[in-house]
Design a protein around this ligand. Sequence first.
Ligand SMILES: *Cc1c(COP(=O)(O)O)cnc(C)c1O
Length: 425
Amino acid sequence: MYDNLESNSTKYIIERKPEIWKVEPSTAAKNCRNFIREIVDNLDLKPNPEKPVIALSIGDPTVYGNLKASEEAIKAVQNVLEDGSFNGYTSSVGNQEAREAVAEYLSHDGVEVNANDVILCSGCSSSLEHCITVLADGSKNQNILIPRPGFPIYRTLAEHVGVEVRYYNLIPENKWEADLYHLESQIDENTAAIVINNPSNPCGSNYSEEHLRNILEIAYRYRIPVIADEIYENLVFPGEKFISTASLNSCVPILICGGIAKRFLVPGWRLGWIVVHDEIGAFDDVRKALNCLSQRIIGSNTLIQGALPAILKSTPQSAFDSLIGTLLRNSQIAFEGLQQAKGLTPYMPQGAMYMLVEIDMEKFPNFKNGLDFAQKLMEEESVFCLPGECFAISGFMRIVTTVPEDVIQEACTRMAEFCNRYYVK
Ligand SMILES: *Cc1c(COP(=O)(O)O)cnc(C)c1O
């Protein structure tokens, strides 16, 4: 059988035609879509060469360099790096002291978290992936409810594992609260989880205790667990109070996702967490399954885990206050600036790092839709904002409020000029 091996191999080399051999990616991989990229890559984005580009589109607070990680956080990482004690593997659910530090950090205002309830993940995105994967089963035709407008990664993660997403509407005039009737109407016997994102990306909303209770009441009535994306916890403006779903004693089993990316201004450090909040033992098996899921990548970056207790304990309140001050000032500048723009309605946020602006498309007959509007705004004013379509809503655009003050000011001036030029009564 092996006699002809040599001549056979030679023959294969001679006949090799690279173009006829294609490797087919798996269905799971093909089901993995980035909805922001799909939209943005299809826009023809050519800035006006006369005007410097202002990107109000990037949800990374570090890009302009005006917002920096605290010295304490940087020192914390330096210390563990030099110390050399966190170069190895740790438990896949996370280092014990780091989990204890997260538990302590989140235990306030009636919330009590135990270190055993905490799983450390590779960023909050990875926390969300675990939560969706552990609760929803694509092979059983299950679905999850997600907010519209909302962060597109929920859909990416769900559809990747064959889980259907169903949107529930948020109401702009009600500070982007969920339309509870619509939410309830989306539930069926295959609904495996309801995702709540508070404070919200892209809305910048911060829900009241009453509204959160109303959502949890529906979840309780239908016995549906909740995934609460609380990555913007405590990033709320003065006079607002952040309420964690964990503080409400709702009897609803909740997986809370969070991390240090936004509040600590270090998205690249990739450290997130899941807190299993379960007053009634409903999640006993889910806890074990989450443990298994964490073993797929043998846990998250150990170095940052080693620094986590010091990051969480020693970052001074003044660092958070200063960030919130910037977000509030920028939101006010944008809110006032864009009210000068005919055909635009800005919705003042209560927190997070974003503001949604409604575009009265009927008053802009020159533009086919919100995508066209965003494209022309770039072409003429070199200002780029993500169209609402990236968040599953049309007739809106999202601006980020983490940029320097003079940048947001200039962007709003240009946007107002643009709108006033094209507005038709
Ligand atoms: C930024 C963001 C995340 C992702 O956080 P990472 O820790 O960077 O993975 C999750 N949810 C929302 C709503 C976000 O805006």
